[in-house]
Design a protein around this ligand. Sequence first.
Ligand code: A2P
Length: 329
Amino acid sequence: MFNVAIVGATGNVGRKFIEILEERNFPVKELFLFASKRSAGKVMKFKGKDIVVEELCEENINNKKVDFALFSAGGDTSLEFAPKFAKIGAVAIDNSSAWRMNPEVPLVVPEVNPEDIKWHKGIIANPNCSTIQAVVALKPLYDNYGIKRIVYSTYQAVSGAGMQGIEDLENGLKGEAPKKFPYPIAGNVLPHIDVFLDNGYTKEEEKMIKETRKILHNDNLRITATTVRVPVLNAHSESINIELEKEFEINNIVDLLSNSKGIIVYDNTKELKYPTALQVSGKDEVFVGRIRKDFSIDNGLNLWVVADNIRKGAALNAVQIAEIMINEK
Ligand code: A2P
């Protein structure tokens, strides 16, 4: 049995961590919940038991023995506190972008690069939600056909922007002005996730590009991305256009994806079967549909990839990393 800490327990992903540990029957000996000072003293439930939320501070960490610290409390909090948990012997699995591109920190999706867990030094990074679902779908193609180029276009849910993102959509539907997003998200589509960079891309787009390369161990992979916030509560959808190295038949791609770990192919246009955010929200797998050739280039392939951004895109992926480590112990 293991002692687990959740940092950012009161947040959107933090609450999902608690739910997933419970539903997967993760071998928890003791669960510690941390959030900001504002939430200290708040009571949350785990397996029917009350747990009091503690303020995240050195004093409250140093008196504990923690095996896994699951982080989702923003980049600054991770930068400061993940090393402090590592120092007391825990493995910090961090959902923020703070550590992802650090060469000393593995960036892991269990279905794609579990082998990278081995070289951790106390911190393991969970990729960006939109990257996770994309690489789960891309990995079998990468291994079997090779990939020359990827074009990502995303349709991302407001839950990815935390509680404030959800409130902006819900309140926006009642006519209220947004607080988190620069423009109303209700009835709107915003080609803007995270901050803008000098090169014209957003940081979210850069994350998808750089993280995909790190996870697939290929710094030269040609990738471009446009990431877009849409008025959907939960589950991200992505159009992924891929130029493969080798020729392929669609049937073989469908078979390959159908037999790959963590993927459900849901694709039958005659019966109007394709994955949608509403249907995929709450599910663990990455759903793939609209599998078809891109006839405008040689070896071109189009996929429609949908996954629950809070489950597989965040909390579940982190818990799966911890499960692999436990199984290998
Ligand atoms: P709190 O609820 O006390 O503000 P979300 O992204 O869904 O808004 O959640 C963010 C999570 O990160 C919350 O649990 C929030 O706690 C926590 N958090 C934010 N800032 C800090 C901080 N400085 N120290 C610890 N936890 C923090």
